[in-house]
Write a protein of this length. Structure first.
Length: 334
């Protein structure tokens, strides 16, 4: 029996990829470009679900998929961008040829901001391992300027992308510390966390650059989120270690000595740098790019998880466990 008879039109291409029938999948993608909008979206959603689990299947089909990033239908472009995010997160090296198209969508001021945000997110995943392919001055400028968007979810994706650019090559953002610090008081916790993390990573390579963010980092020591406080202490420690006559006030740090473990460890590191003490063995994995790279995804997931069941993490509105994907109070995706 032909396996294709059990596949619906919107899942056929995903089925062909799973079966290793790349040539047939490419033929089907050619036909998809002329299909109805609803069919294009349904197919791309199916492909995105496949990419979540098996992104490596897309190595030979990404070129024709890039045309959907410029589709005339906005929902199709957004779904295609989400597909590229999934593949970029799993196997970023195969998405490198699509960087020019992703960058073009990011730079298009007339593009729907959620499409631009998803393209930025995909570029960020690529930048971690392939900074030369992504972190051009033009793309960095587009990411930085786009932080001015008011939509919290959009700012979150852009801050995340900038954090990933720093993790790939901190020198690419060495001139952007002051611009990043301008957003360290954003309402969104993840924006504050990602940008603080980016600043710490820059400081690992260029600690002297953190001078431009000193006052804002000190303010972040009072942030409600422990991971923001911890990263701020970490950055101040790097700054103190780079300047024998540092102006980092030790009393502000000492006040956090009994804070959460994540914060207290970084406060201990910062105080040791302020006092030029010998490195504490318990802080050897602090202020290193490799350690930060392994921590960031899990920390972001913890921040994103709501503190209480049945409440919107953004506005606190209570709703049933089987509630809608959008908060009925503030409209934020849950």
């Amino acid at each position: 029996m032909d396996d294709r008879t059990s596949a619906t039109p919107e899942t056929e291409i995903a089925s062909l990829l799973a079966q290793g029938r790349t040539a047939d999948a490419l033929t089907a993608l050619e036909q998809l470009s002329t299909a109805e909008s609803a069919d294009r979206q349904a197919c791309l959603r199916s492909l995105k679900a496949t990419a979540d689990d098996r992104p490596e299947l897309f190595e030979d089909v990404l070129t024709p998929l890039t045309e959907f990033l410029s589709d005339t239908d906005r929902p199709t472009r957004l779904t295609a961008a989400k597909l590229f995010v999934a593949v970029s997160e799993g196997v970023p090296e195969i998405v490198v040829p699509a960087v020019p198209t992703l960058a073009e969508r990011l730079a298009d001021e007339s593009e729907f901001y959620y499409v631009r945000a998803r393209c930025a997110e995909a570029l960020g995943y690529i930048a971690v391992d392939h900074p030369d392919a992504v972190a051009s001055p033009e793309i960095i400028a587009d990411l930085r300027v786009s932080l001015e968007f008011d939509e919290p979810e959009v700012k979150e994706k852009l801050a995340k992308a900038l954090c990933h650019v720093a993790l790939g090559d901190p020198d690419r953002l060495r001139h952007q510390v002051a611009s990043l610090a301008d957003h360290l008081q954003a309402d969104n916790e993840l924006v504050r966390y990602h940008l603080n993390t980016a600043i710490v990573v820059i400081g690992c390579a260029r600690p002297e650059r953190l001078t431009d963010a000193t006052e804002t980092l000190l303010a972040c020591l009072e942030d409600q989120n422990q991971y923001v406080r911890g990263r701020a202490a970490e950055a101040l420690g790097l700054l103190a270690g780079a300047d024998g006559e540092t102006s980092v006030p030790t009393d502000r740090l000492e006040a956090l000595s009994a804070d959460e473990e994540f914060v207290a460890d970084r406060v201990r590191f910062a105080l040791s740098q302020c006092r030029s003490d010998a490195t504490d063995a318990s802080t050897t994995d602090i202020a290193t790019i490799d350690a930060i790279r392994t921590q960031t995804t899990d920390i972001a997931a913890e921040i994103r998880a709501p503190d209480t069941d049945g409440e919107c993490p953004h506005c606190g509105l209570s709703f049933p466990e089987s509630g809608p994907p959008l908060c009925p109070g503030c409209g934020t995706p849950l």
